[in-house]
Design a protein around this ligand. Structure first.
Ligand code: SF4
Length: 279
């Protein structure tokens, strides 16, 4: 049994930066509050929690004058304002690529475009980005295009971690619907796209694919769905503790990739675990 690893996998620069900023802040402040999980990975979250990082779901849970960390997903201007009103010290770990998407949405809105965003409306990144324009329509799939109705000027963007093929497909369908003007801005993250490409290439070469990462991680879920779409038996699990022997029954080649919020030691532990089963 052989193991192949995706060349492009694991921590991305945005996540790495957010963790670094949290660690630096915890050297100076005994308590730092993260607005939502800093990343979608239990292992990293637990480690930072032990150092003094507390997760809250709103700035109002933080006492006046506290320290709040805005994670790489970013936050809406309204949340920044509420943090300022509470006199909080803000550590802004918004990824530069998410910031770029926020600025593009604001710009399109100011130029009179109806901003349409393709993505998961419940994802924190999307919730933050749509706060940079008055009224953003979020669509999750092709079926929702009908909701667009009659619009003169559409400014189309996507969640940074969306599968590129999916964004291309939905964009094409919107164009087919026939609007006066459509401006498409590529807000996809090249890091995420690179991981998607590597996952797809690997999935075509293996019998079973393991995608390691948090269940709530959007980019990890996207990687798993890309691998599945290649027709490969795919498991999206967090780490080796969720592995069972039957997952690799009859497999000769096993592929492994990891989401942008999965540390490399999770991958290494997974490999060591598989080696005990003869890989
Ligand atoms: S996946 Fe891309 S957009 Fe998201 S945090 Fe990482 S580098 Fe930034």
């Amino acid at each position: 049994m052989k193991i192949l690893l995706a060349e492009n996998r694991g921590f991305c620069p945005g996540v790495r930066k957010a963790i670094e900023l949290a660690e630096q802040a915890l050297k100076v402040h005994s308590k730092v509050y993260s607005l939502g999980e800093i990343i979608h990975n239990r292992y990293v979250v637990d480690k930072l929690r032990n150092m003094g990082l507390e997760i809250v779901s709103s700035v109002e849970e933080i006492s006046q004058g506290g320290v709040v960390l805005i994670r790489s997903h970013g936050a809406s201007p309204e949340i920044f304002e509420r943090a300022r009103l509470r006199n909080l010290t803000i550590i802004d770990a918004t990824c530069v690529l998410v910031k770029r998407a926020q600025n593009i949405v604001r710009q399109l809105d100011s130029e009179g475009y109806q901003v349409v965003m393709v993505g998961n409306k419940n994802h924190p990144e999307v919730k933050g980005i749509i706060g940079y324009a008055d009224n953003v329509i979020v669509i999750q799939n092709e079926d929702e295009i009908e909701r667009l109705g009659r619009i003169q000027k559409i400014g189309l963007v996507s969640q940074t971690t969306l599968d590129r093929q999916r964004f291309a497909k939905i964009s094409a369908k919107i164009i087919e619907k026939g609007f006066n003007e459509i401006r498409i801005v590529n807000t996809l993250c090249e890091q995420a796209v690179g991981r998607q490409r590597a996952a797809s290439e690997l999935a075509k070469k293996v019998d079973v694919m393991f995608v390691l990462g948090g269940k709530h991680s959007s980019n990890t879920t996207e990687l798993a769905s890309i691998a599945r779409n290649c027709g490969t038996k795919t498991f999206h699990i967090e780490d080796f503790s969720q592995f069972t022997k039957d997952m690799i029954e009859g497999a000769e080649i096993i592929g492994i990739t990891a989401g942008a919020s999965t540390p490399e030691n999770i991958v290494q532990e997974f490999i060591e675990g598989l080696q005990k089963y003869g890989a």
